[in-house]
Write a protein that binds this ligand. Structure first.
Ligand code: TXA
Ligand code: MG
Length: 367
């Protein structure tokens, strides 16, 4: 952690300069940490086969060693090196999902091969594997010539970064290189699917919807919304409630009547503003003016309520924007349980510390 301030290296997101990526790929292979764009969020990369480099990731993020990392590949040819098995020796779902969803925002939980140190996977016999779609990520991993372990490039527990500037704000003093390939277009992390279970089970909803996974597999995947899960052990390790937490108090109004949750959120903004609080709002575009009229001093627009992919793309930057505005409280409403809406709901629920306010009974308000 005696590294100097990070150098931000801009590249063209679609056609990155091969000479630049060759240099940074060599740095990765030599053991350095390199933050890079992916289609979901920015990752903090290290050579997944090098225990010292992997230890650097945990140190830079202040991440507990009990929270396993995802290993990123440039192509399917690297799969045997990471899992110790050929595609034919892996569960049959893997080939189907790889054909339908890779490269893309899907992480598969697979057996961990001997080339991947236990520390990558927090000692588990499995490893999360993803083949990202972003041209810069793929070219970097290709240039490195090794599988790349990469968590989201934020301080542990903080909001995931969707720009190089977000990475710099969290880790600029701790890592040498940040590749700037512009904003991440998915905006929430990959969907994590455990294919060692039958039927395969979603451990974290993310950039690929459960509907798309079910269609690729020809059978529905198992998914239980986190709020309805009593047993935390049933979820992916490391999925702590304190994740994505903004500094401000976040109030999420939730309920099946989505319109009613937004009406309640606007009323709450009004009430808190009247009490003298600086109120921020995470608002769909068509309700932004209502939140401003209610007295919110900062309104972060998420896109249309009917477009959960847009909401996902804007969510993390919006949380950072409201924190930067120095608000006391952030209010928001409910998103539909479909498509990327599941990922949005999960991240909001987590950012609120696992406490949402049911609109039917909004009198209880745990901080
Ligand atoms: O989109 C993404 O997945 C981003 C980009 C950079 O690829 N990465 C990311 O990594 O979100 P991270 O470290 O922030 O989240 C990884 C999570 C862990 O916290 C854990 O919940 C789960 O993936 N995970 C990793 N390996 C696992 C394993 N072997 N079994 C179960 N869960 C695992
Ligand atoms: Mg993360």
């Amino acid at each position: 952690m005696a590294e100097p301030k990070a150098t931000i290296v801009p590249v063209d997101p679609a056609t990155p300069d091969p000479a630049v990526l060759a240099r940074l790929g060599a740095a990765l292979r030599a053991g350095a940490l390199v933050a890079f764009p992916t289609e979901t969020v920015y990752g903090l990369g290290a050579d997944a086969t090098n225990p010292a480099a992997v230890a650097g990731i945990f140190a830079a993020k202040d991440r507990p060693s009990s929270d396993p990392l995802i290993v990123h590949l440039a192509d399917l040819a690297q799969l045997p090196a990471v899992t110790g098995r050929t595609l034919a020796e892996l569960p049959p779902a893997v080939a189907r999902l790889a054909a339908a969803c890779w490269p893309g925002p899907l992480t598969l939980i697979l057996p961990r091969g001997p080339a991947i140190p236990a520390s990558v996977a927090a000692g588990l016999a499995t490893v999360g594997v993803r083949l990202p779609a972003h041209p810069v990520a793929r070219a970097l991993i290709q240039a490195a010539g090794v599988p790349v372990a990469a968590p989201s490039a934020n301080r542990f527990g903080h909001t995931s970064p969707t720009t190089a500037q977000h990475v710099f704000a969290d880790l600029g003093e701790r890592i040498p290189w940040i590749i700037d390939g512009g904003p991440s277009l998915v905006g929430v992390e990959s969907t994590i699917l455990d294919v060692t279970q039958s039927p395969p089970r979603v451990l974290r909803p993310g950039g690929i919807s459960v509907e798309v996974l079910g269609a690729a597999l020809g059978e529905p995947v198992a998914f239980q919304e986190r709020a309805a899960v009593a047993d935390d052990a049933a979820q992916a390790p490391g999925m702590l409630l304190s994740h994505y937490a903004p500094r401000a108090r976040l109030l999420v109004f939730d309920g099946d009547d989505v319109a009613a949750t937004w009406a309640r959120a606007i009323a709450e903004a009004h009430e808190l503003a009247a009490q003298g609080q600086r109120v921020g709002a995470l608002a769909p575009d068509d309700l932004a003016a209502d939140f401003a009229a209610a007295g919110a001093v900062a309104v972060a627009r998420l896109g249309a309520l009917t477009d959960p992919a847009a909401v996902a793309r804007h969510l993390f930057a919006a949380l950072r924007q409201l924190d930067d505005a120095g608000v006391d409280s952030i209010v928001t409403g409910s998103f539909a349980r479909a498509g990327l809406g599941l990922a949005v709901r999960d991240r909001l629920w987590r950012a609120a510390g696992g406490v949402v306010i049911p609109v039917e009974d909004a009198t209880e308000r745990e901080a």
